[in-house]
Design a protein around this ligand. Structure first.
Ligand code: SF4
Length: 249
């Protein structure tokens, strides 16, 4: 008799359901989720290429509504000639536009990068500030970009909520807000402090490669049995650290 294959869950099939770790309290469940992320990927890294805080800031500004791979393709040659605010200004808006025209919204982004380079020289001696308010005052820099720079360049325990983090936070029952700020606030409340430094990258990578929007790969998910969104019939089995590592590699 042919073996019946279970279909993989689709986004429609993924419903909220109590996590199987029924004996765990909510805080134990959250801690266990991040303990497993840490075990599967102890030193998670973002995928944008950069050489210093300035190039990181520029890469993040360019990455809005664009893929990291697409941004990296344009910034690799760009950062060879313009890796400081001064050099970026010398390149000029037109020169920058020419180098980033493969990235969506490049005209507006070129304007912002030149504007923020000018502001960094005028107000911060050419350095990227470490204060949220100062970062958010720069052209093209919002809360999400500031959070990424504070976390990645300066090691602050901030959490940027993009589409992946937003989705994963809801599916895993970590936060229930309707806006990125509400989700960020909710996540900061429940994630144990020792995991906050890397939480941003774990959640993004999990959303990008495992808990994908249309076709979550619950079969390769290291926190499947702790998830509140998986389909009821899905058999999670034991934690799949190896499968998760493979999915992230
Ligand atoms: S991939 Fe994991 S976190 Fe995402 S819905 Fe499936 S079991 Fe939940």
């Amino acid at each position: 008799m042919p073996k019946t294959l279970r279909p993989r869950p689709t986004a429609r099939a993924v419903k909220r359901t109590p996590a199987r770790g029924g004996t765990k309290s909510s805080s134990e469940r959250v801690a266990e989720i991040f303990r497993r992320f840490a075990k599967a990927n102890p030193e998670p890294k973002g995928e944008l290429e950069y050489a210093n805080p300035f190039t990181l800031l520029v890469a993040v500004v360019l990455s809005a509504q664009a893929t990291d791979a697409g941004v990296n393709k344009a910034t690799e040659p760009l950062f060879k000639v313009a890796d400081t605010p001064q050099k970026m200004l010398e390149l000029g808006e037109e020169g920058l536009r020419e180098r980033i025209k493969t990235i969506g919204l490049y005209r507006n982004k070129a304007k912002n990068v030149i504007g923020l380079s000018r502001a960094l020289i005028a107000e911060h001696r050419g350095e990227v500030p470490r204060q949220r308010e100062a970062l958010e005052a720069l052209p093209g820099v919002g809360r999400k970009t500031a959070n990424v720079v504070l976390n990645t360049a300066f090691g602050e325990p901030t959490l940027a909520v993009d589409t992946h983090v937003f989705r994963v936070a809801h599916r895993l029952g970590l936060a229930s807000g309707k806006t990125p700020l509400e989700v960020e606030t909710g996540l900061l409340k429940v994630i144990p402090e020792r995991y906050l430094q890397h939480a941003h990258h774990w959640l993004i990578l999990h959303g990008r490669y495992v808990c994908q929007a249309r076709r979550p790969r619950c079969d390769a998910c290291v926190v499947c049995d702790l998830c509140t969104a998986r389909d009821k019939w899905f058999d999670c089995g034991p934690p799949k650290v190896a499968a998760q590592r493979k999915a992230l590699s």
